[in-house]
Design a protein around this ligand. Sequence first.
Ligand SMILES: [Zn+2]
Ligand SMILES: [Zn+2]
Length: 299
Amino acid sequence: MKLKCVNCLLRLSPHHFIKGKKCFSICDICRDRGLEANDYFNYSSEVYAEISELVYFGANHLTKQDELELTSSKRKLIESIIAGYDDASVVVKKGISRHDLNQQIIAYENNQIQINDIGSFFDNLAQLGFQVDNLHDLQKIDYTSRMLIYNRYHNRCQYCGRKGFSIDHMKPVSSGGSNDLDNLTLSCRECNKLKRDMPYEWFVEFNLETRQINQQLVIFEHKIDLLVERKEKLSRELNAYMHRTGITVDERTTNYRDQIKAQQGLLDGLNSDYNSLRELRKSYINARFQMYKLEKRER
Ligand SMILES: [Zn+2]
Ligand SMILES: [Zn+2]
């Protein structure tokens, strides 16, 4: 059973539409796009909700699909990537969060990313900008080692201090690094990607230089997490209230929606500052890497 999202027209399995016991009228990708489920009417989702006795959630008049025009081949590719991800191992899901995947898919839909040679699931992920070698490597690291690393470093990226779930080879596998515990550390996806072919010692040094930015990033990440949590709590409360009472618009729901909107406003502001800071750090470290390579050549 697949449901069709009224906004992007992707056919996806129902769990992309379900949150808790609610069946939303647009898919999670479109919700990641910042769209409100309440604004969309979705017939298939409503029928599904009826037969499965889930509460359908969404407007019953409006349907919009403004700018998004996907060719059918593009739509098929996206659907296959999403289905691949749905079936992927826990390791893949730890390495690539659904949210990150959605963001890249949105970028692909908006033609900010091109996929030229459609290939295996991992090829397609790589073309979406994900570091997949590492996911393959990660698969080879046994469960115990992985858990030891997560525990040893308290799920924190050892380079920047933010949350980290990527097992990082200090000496890359490509230059003969092993899967021994001594060669493994924990990093966030961003550092993992940024470090790529930089020698471990260099990357550590660059991170010392951006220490103050890194500290700010940790604070931002924490604040954003809190806001997201608060916003989700409000949404859950609003949904529960509407589910219980059958009322979709009254003073209370309006109040909830206003609060949610306010949280979203704060979140947008924070995210935009956070992203500028991330970009700053990235370009600094990349520039330092280029300088180091030049200096090394001169010596
Ligand atoms: Zn959608
Ligand atoms: Zn990091």
